[in-house]
Design a protein around this ligand. Structure first.
Ligand SMILES: Nc1ncnc2c1ncn2[C@@H]1O[C@H](COP(=O)(O)OP(=O)(O)OP(=O)(O)O)[C@@H](O)[C@H]1O
Length: 336
C-alpha cells in the first residue's frame, strides 16, 4: 500500500508548568492520506491544537517526542531552515484566530504575496499580484483590487479568516491543517469556507486535518474522525462507523450533545477536561466522569482496541457503559 501523506507515531507534547513537564498530547499515533479529511474532535483542553502546532513544529518551548513522517520523512529531524521551506508550501495551517495570524501593519495583498514569494522566488511582480487577486477571488472576497490594499483591522472577522485561508492555500499545500477554521464565522460564510477546503482536497488531492468542536461540520466534511480526550485518542473510525456506532462513552456523550429532531432530553456526561497538571495519568482517563460504571470495567493500562476494521476504541469500559436514568442521575449529580 502507498505510504500515507502523514504518519504520526507515538507523539507526545509536554508543556512546562512550574518545574515539571506535563503531556498535553500523550502518545498519539495517527495517519492522514492524500485526498482525505481527518476530523479531530474533543472538548476544549483535550490537546487538539497542541497536536496541530506540533505537526507544524510551531511550539517554541514545548518538549515534543515521537515521529512525524511527512511523505515518509521524519520532519522532527529537519533543521529549522528545512522546516521553513515545508511550512507554508507543502504543509500549511489555518489558525483559529485570524487576527493573531496576520501582520497588522501590512496590507493583506502583500501578506499573501509574501507567501508566494517565499516559495516561488522567480515569479514576476505582475504575476504575483495576479495570483494574489485570483486567490482573493477564490476565497470569495468581493472587490479583490480594493481589499488587496487594506489592512487586517479594516476587514470583518469573516474576511480576515478568508485572507488567512488564502495564505494557507496560496502554494497548494499537500497537507492542510485547519484549526477551528469556521468557529467565529456566521453560518453562510462557514459553508463557503468549508466548500473551499473541500475543493482544495478534491482539486489538489491534499490531505486535510480538520479540528473542530462542531460535529455537524465533521459529519459533513470528514472521511475519518479521531476523538481526543485528555491528550489521548479515545476513538478513531471512518465517519459513518463513528456516527452510526459510537462506542467510547466520551464519543457517545459528544454525539448526544447535538440535539436530534423529536428528542426532548439528552444524556450528556457532566464535567470538563481537567487542567493539564491535574489530568489523571493512570488507568482510564475518563473514569472519573462516569463514576456509576463499575471500576472493574476499566483496563489498568487502556489500549486502543480494533473492534471492527479501522474502528479503534480505548479501554474496555465501553462494553459496560450506559447512560444513567433520571433517578440514578439525580443520585450521581444531585438534583440541580
Ligand atoms: N503553551 C502552553 N503552556 C502550558 N499549557 C498549555 C500550553 N498550550 C496548551 N496548554 C494546555 O494543554 C492542554 C491542551 O490544550 P489545547 O489548546 O491543545 O486544547 P484544545 O483541545 O485545542 O482546546 P481548544 O478547543 O480550546 O483550542 C490544555 O490543558 C492547555 O491549557
Amino acid at each position: 500500500m502507498e505510504n500515507p501523506l502523514l504518519q504520526i507515531n507515538h507523539l507526545s507534547t509536554s508543556f512546562r508548568i512550574g518545574d515539571q513537564y506535563y503531556r498535553a498530547v500523550d502518545d498519539v499515533s495517527l495517519s492522514v492520506n492524500k485526498n482525505e479529511v481527518l476530523g479531530i474532535v474533543g472538548e476544549s483542553g483535550s490537546g487538539k491544537s497542541a497536536l496541530a502546532y506540533s505537526i507544524m513544529r510551531l511550539h517554541n518551548r514545548a518538549k515534543i517526542e515521537g515521529e512525524i513522517l511527512f511523505r515518509g520523512k521524519d520532519i522532527m529531524t529537519l533543521k529549522n531552515s528545512e522546516m521553513n521551506k515545508l511550512r507554508g508550501n507543502d504543509m500549511a495551517m489555518i489558525f483559529q484566530d485570524p487576527l493573531t495570524a496576520l501582520n497588522p501593519l501590512m496590507p493583506v495583498g502583500n501578506q499573501i504575496g509574501e507567501t508566494l514569494l517565499l516559495h516561488q522566488p522567480n515569479i514576476s511582480k505582475h504575476e504575483r499580484k495576479e495570483r494574489v487577486l485570483e486567490l482573493l477571488h477564490l476565497v470569495g472576497i468581493p472587490r479583490p483590487n480594493y481589499v488587496y490594499e487594506q489592512f487586517p483591522h479594516e476587514l470583518s472577522g469573516g474576511m480576515r479568516q478568508r485572507i488567512v485561508i488564502a495564505i494557507a492555500i496560496a502554494n497548494k499545500p499537500e497537507l492542510l491543517i485547519a484549526d477551528e477554521p469556521t468557529t467565529a464565522l456566521d453560518v453562510t460564510i462557514q459553508a463557503q469556507i468549508l466548500d473551499l477546503i473541500r475543493e482544495l482536497k478534491e482539486d489538489m488531492h491534499s490531505g486535510v486535518i480538520l479540528i473542530t468542536h462542531d460535529l455537524g461540520v465533521v459529519a459533513e466534511m470528514a472521511d475519518r474522525v479521531a476523538v481526543m480526550y485528555a491528550g489521548e485518542i479515545v476513538e478513531i473510525a471512518d465517519v459513518v462507523s463513528l456516527f452510526e456506532n459510537p462506542l467510547h462513552p466520551y464519543t457517545r456523550s459528544l454525539l448526544n450533545s447535538v440535539p436530534a429532531e423529536g428528542q426532548d432530553r439528552l444524556h450528556v456526561i457532566q464535567g470538563i477536561v481537567p487542567a493539564l497538571q491535574y489530568l489523571p495519568r493512570e488507568g482510564c482517563r475518563f473514569r472519573e466522569r462516569i463514576p456509576w460504571i463499575d471500576p472493574s470495567a476499566h483496563e489498568e493500562h487502556p489500549e486502543l482496541h480494533e473492534v471492527e476494521p479501522g474502528h479503534f476504541v480505548r479501554c474496555t469500559c465501553f462494553k459496560q457503559f450506559y447512560f444513567p436514568d433520571k433517578r440514578e442521575e439525580a443520585g450521581i449529580y444531585g438534583n440541580s
